[in-house]
Design a protein around this ligand. Structure first.
Ligand code: IDP
Ligand code: MG
Length: 153
């Protein structure tokens, strides 16, 4: 089973949207391997977003992601990296399709409610940044076989 790192960003928490945003991933059938409420420290944010260090929006991004509590999730399921990105929608809320999290709840470039890993390599390094092995649970929620069939060719 593939895993991905999802962050419900500070706007999701401040706007009291945790339940509705998390519901989108649960509805899709993804499993929750890890979940915690935390306040990301600046040093952790800088490590996470190091690939964007030279971008003009980087300082604002660091301020935003450290501005309040977040919910960090490790989700799992076949193809979950791509699936989660589709559930999230395009980066800017005003461009994201209706039916996606960002398309339904977002309207800006920066405050876009969620983070999701964009590749297997990013997922592995991001999960390791936020979770210890012991904080991740390997279990199959009831009905998993009806979401992820054994033979899915
Ligand atoms: P992603 O979150 O869809 O993968 P990235 O390009 O990796 O998008 O950007 C990381 C985050 O930086 C975005 O989610 C958003 O919060 C912020 N961001 C990206 N581009 C801009 C911009 O042009 N202006 C302001 N913030 C931006
Ligand atoms: Mg990204």
């Amino acid at each position: 089973m593939e895993r991905t790192l999802i962050i419900l960003k500070p706007d999701t928490i401040q706007r009291r949207l945790i339940g509705r945003v998390l519901q989108r991933f649960e509805d899709k059938g993804l499993g929750i391997a890890g979940m915690k409420l935390m306040h990301i420290e600046r040093s952790l944010a800088e490590t996470h977003y190091a690939p964007h260090k030279e971008r003009p929006f980087y300082p604002g991004l660091i301020n935003y992601i450290t501005s309040g509590p977040v919910v960090v999730l490790c989700l799992q399921g076949n193809r979950c990296i791509d699936i989660a990105r589709k559930v999230m929608g395009q980066t800017f809320g005003f461009e994201a399709d209706p039916g996606t999290i960002r398309g339904d709840f977002g309207a800006s470039r920066s405050f876009n409610l969620v983070h999701g890993s964009d590749s297997p390599e990013a997922a592995a390094s991001e999960i390791a940044l936020y979770f210890t092995d012991g904080e991740l649970l390997d279990y199959a929620p009831a009905g998993s076989d009806w979401v992820f069939p054994q033979d899915d060719s």
